[in-house]
Design a protein around this ligand. Structure first.
Ligand code: ASP
Length: 337
């Protein structure tokens, strides 16, 4: 009787293991939930996440945002379709949004508590893990370009404040008086002492025809910030990350949480070490880990096959994507797919 029991329980255990191994193999295949074939190139952008609902948007502003997102995305799409690099596509796409006062990056950056504009940006090359970032800069017109120069023309990864400006000047980048970043809309926002979260950080991730991934993020940070506060955007692994083995990620949201939860790298690590798909990894981090932590915001990401994911746990996120097979979309609210 005892031997029989032992025999059947061992049989049960073996059968259980076989089924379980099969299941875990299924979910750990990075391509298992992929609905598209490998893309020649892909681009995904964001223009910030937050309390963005139809109720607090006018139809005109809605239209303006959509055309601004499309203009930026088309800049990067053209570069990628013509065989340009993911890095160049990311930089130029973000430049367009930095120059548009609708977004909280470059012209249009939010104000600090003291009524200044302090900008952060980072860029990362997934092919070699090279990265560059600038933080707390006040007079560089296009911080993402400065970040790219830090990556390619300096031996450092991150430069801040006056030192970053000096470097940018030496590299011949466009320097503007701090008043350039003044926009009445953002200044009034500060005067009202914002009760609700507003933003418009910008980001772009791209896959090019050579299979290289790149990510970039540029922002004015959180409105009303103090003490030269630096957010997640310029911190590699927090708001920005790219690795050809996994994915490229750009984040937007409450930076303090994105830094502590190393959001962008966590998505990459879940793919690399746990074998999760891009969708599963980004969803787990944004809609589970961050929600439990109380960190609002979202990410845009693209993997090495050109799969796109754009999860966010806030009410809305300005976002868009385009892939080589002709699929594309520009979205703002939660109920849009
Ligand atoms: N993540 C940015 C920061 O914390 C802000 C944002 O994306 O809205 O600086």
């Amino acid at each position: 009787m005892k031997t029989k029991l032992l025999f059947y329980s061992s049989l049960f255990l073996i059968l259980f293991c076989i089924t379980d191994c099969k299941n875990s193999k299924k979910t750990s295949d990075p391509q298992s939930d992929t609905s598209v074939a490998k893309q020649e190139w892909a681009i995904v952008i964001h223009g910030g996440a937050g309390v963005i609902t139809r109720a607090n948007m006018t139809p005109e502003l809605d239209k303006e945002y959509r055309s601004a997102l499309a203009e930026a995305m088309n800049t990067g799409r053209k570069i990628l379709a013509e065989g340009g690099s993911a890095l160049l596509a990311v930089e130029k796409t973000i430049n367009v949004m930095e120059d548009n006062p609708l977004f909280n990056a470059g012209k249009g950056a939010v104000f600090t508590h003291d009524g200044k504009n302090e900008l952060d940006a980072a860029i990362m090359d997934g092919s070699n893990l090279a990265a560059g970032s600038v933080a707390c800069v006040t007079d560089i017109k296009n911080p993402i370009t400065a970040a790219r120069y830090v990556m390619t023309k300096s031996v450092h990864v991150m430069l801040t404040g006056a030192g970053a400006s000096q470097f940018a000047k030496e590299q011949g980048l466009e320097i503007v008086p701090p008043s350039y970043f003044y926009t009445e809309r953002r200044f009034n926002e500060l005067q009202e002492i914002l009760k609700k979260e507003k933003n418009g950080t910008v980001g772009c991730c791209a896959l090019d025809k050579n299979g290289n991934l790149a990510a970039g993020t540029s922002t004015g940070g959180m409105p009303d910030k103090k003490y030269n506060r630096v957010g997640d955007a310029p911190i590699i692994g927090a708001g920005t990350y790219a690795n050809n083995n996994t994915c490229a990620v750009s984040a937007t949201g409450h930076g303090e949480f994105f830094i502590r939860w190393t959001v962008a790298h966590d998505i990459s690590a879940l793919m690399e070490y746990k074998g999760l798909s891009l969708t599963a990894a980004s969803d787990l981090v944004v809609n589970d880990k961050l929600v439990k932590a109380g960190g609002s915001g979202g990410v845009i990401c693209v993997d090495k096959s050109g799969n796109i994911s754009m999860p966010f746990n806030s009410e809305g996120m300005f976002r868009g994507f385009a892939t080589a097979d002709g699929k594309e979309g520009i979205y703002i609210y939660k109920d849009e797919k």
